[in-house]
Ligand binder design. Structure first.
Ligand code: F6P
Length: 533
């Protein structure tokens, strides 16, 4: 029997087995199903698995040549086959600086050069030696970017607020909705504002449009010559940056072997480095590097990204789960679900295998989440009593950075209670013992048997954040390898972009004949009459 058939057959046994029973029958279940790494504890015992499940999943990983795929990524092979690119976000945090070659060239000297350039610049902005055109210190840094050029620094900047300088405010403008930039500019003064235009391609419509608005705002107040002191760029496209009018000396490069959603470790993290300082940024890289080494070397049955990746495959492909929740019990991680949405869904939201043939199984899940306990008072109802299986990751630090009153113990009590409740549920008999009347029993019954991982970390620090993000990056990688999809392209985003470019001129020209479907034609007509007569 092939491994897929073995897993399918086994999934029938597991569907018929309640987690509560598995815990009752095996008092050592936690011991068997947990793994640790440098202050991280992954408890995966509350999943619908047995030892046999995990053995089969490890067999699947071996048959999918996961080990070889990991080595290929780390050694700079061009594993992004549709774009013929290496995938080397790991080189950005290669802290022992061993050479990594792409087309025969070691990428490390260039990576280190840009890191030093970032250090010099961020130090100067932080200590006030970089001043605006009128000689004033920078008080506001505005990162303009979208997708991977926004979500990484925005998420990490929020996550590491505790470590950020109080002297500078940080803004992240991404949406092409004019409200986004307008509301941020209201909080800034031209003389003391620094714009970081972050765009891998430097052609993204949203980013360039917002950057032009920012430039106009600045030039109106301080004149054209001020641009040099108030605009820097992060991009792979030197030519387009120069054409925009940004001094190439104020440009921080990265490379096509860094995917947008994997780029927070590169100069895309410049706003973050200004916020937390060079040393903390390096700590974040160190944490990611430690996770990289763990991923590369730990046996699969002790390897956090491998275990989490395989469990995701189990639910999506074999147990019919459509979605997946990430539930951080730490306010600083409130943007983590948004960040992981792009990481996971843009990477593995694919239905074509690497050989160009369609898949005949489910791939990447729909990811959502919110910081606990807020989520408990909104969508958890559906996780507890709805008709979908939603595997969830519960994440919390043991120590809060703000140990005020009883809050953190209450937060942790919730963090522990939820996975337990999802696993156990509540039976009609238990309800009767509590005195619940018969008419309410069906409504108050919880089936339980709902899976979750619990990830406990010591504390939110730059190091732990780096390791946590690298953990999820590698989890997504494991799944891409097993689903045999290219996790590093994103052609799906292109169609919408092209169509919007075609529609834009149609919104202005009422004589232009519309050739869309009747719905699209009617919407364009309505809007153009209202807006442009
Ligand atoms: O959304 C598609 C995408 O290409 C993302 O992958 C990328 O992070 C984002 O657009 C922004 O692209 P750029 O950095 O080139 O402006």
């Amino acid at each position: 029997m092939r491994i897929y058939e073995k897993l399918s057959a086994h999934s029938q046994e597991i569907r018929a087995t309640h987690l509560r029973k598995l815990f009752d029958e095996d008092l050592d279940r936690f011991k068997k199903f947990h793994a640790e790494f440098d202050g991280f504890l992954l408890d995966y015992s509350k999943n619908n698995i047995t030892t046999k499940t995990m053995d089969l999943l490890y067999e699947l990983a071996n048959e999918s040549h996961l080990k070889e795929a990991i080595n290929n990524m780390f050694s700079g092979q061009k594993i992004n086959t549709t774009e013929n690119r290496a995938v080397l976000h790991i080189a950005l945090r290669n802290r022992d600086n061993h050479p990594i070659y792409v087309d025969g060239q070691d990428v490390m000297p260039e990576i280190n050069r840009v890191l030093n350039q970032m250090k010099t610049f961020s130090d100067a902005v932080r200590n006030g030696t970089w001043v605006g055109a009128t000689g004033k210190k920078i008080t506001d840094v505005v990162n303009i970017g979208i997708g991977g050029s926004d979500l990484g620094p925005a998420m990490a900047s929020e996550a590491l607020t505790y470590y950020r300088t109080d002297n500078i405010r940080f803004h992240f403008v991404s949406n092409v909705d004019g409200t986004d930039i307008t509301e941020h500019l209201k909080q800034c003064q031209p003389e003391t504002t620094l714009f970081i235009i972050s765009s891998k391609t430097f052609t993204t419509q949203e980013t360039i449009t917002n950057a032009l608005t920012a430039r106009q705002w600045l030039v109106q107040a301080l004149g054209q010559n001020a641009v040099e002191k108030h605009f820097v760029a992060v991009s792979t496209n030197t030519k387009a940056v120069a054409e925009f009018g940004i001094n190439p000396g104020n440009m921080f490069v990265f490379w096509d072997f860094v995917g947008g959603r994997y780029s927070m470790w590169s100069a895309i993290g410049l706003s973050l480095m200004i916020g937390i300082g060079y040393d903390n940024f390096i700590q974040m890289l160190e944490g990611a590097f430690a996770m990289d080494n763990h991923f590369r070397t730990a046996p699969f049955n002790q390897n956090l990204p491998v275990i989490m990746g395989l469990l995701g495959i189990w639910y999506t492909t074999y147990l019919g789960a459509e979605s997946y929740a990430v539930l951080p019990y730490d306010q600083y991680l409130s943007k983590l679900p948004l960040y992981l949405q792009q990481l996971d869904m843009e990477s593995n939201g694919k239905s074509v295998k690497k050989n160009g043939k369609n898949v005949d199984y489910k791939t990447g899940p729909i990811l959502f989440g919110a910081a606990g306990t807020n989520g408990q008072h909104s969508f958890y109802q559906l996780i507890h009593q709805g008709t979908h299986i939603i595997p969830a990751d519960f994440i919390a630090p043991i120590y809060s950075l703000n140990e005020t009153g009883q809050q953190h113990d209450i937060l942790l009590a919730n963090f522990i209670a939820q996975p337990e409740a999802l696993m156990k549920g509540k039976t009609p008999d238990e309800l009767r013992q509590e005195g619940v009347t018969e008419d309410l029993i069906p409504f108050k019954t919880f089936d339980g048997n709902r899976p979750s991982n619990t990830l406990l970390i010591e504390k939110i620090t730059p190091w732990t954040l780096g390791a946590l993000i690298a953990l999820y990056e590698h989890k997504v990688f494991v799944q891409g390898v097993i689903w045999n999809v290219n996790s590093f392209d994103q052609f799906g985003v292109e169609l919408g972009k092209q169509l919007a470019k075609n529609i834009l001129p149609e919104l202005f020209d009422k004589n232009k004949k519309l050739k869309h479907d009747s719905s699209t034609n009617a919407l364009i007509e309505k809007i153009r009459i209202k807006r442009h007569g």
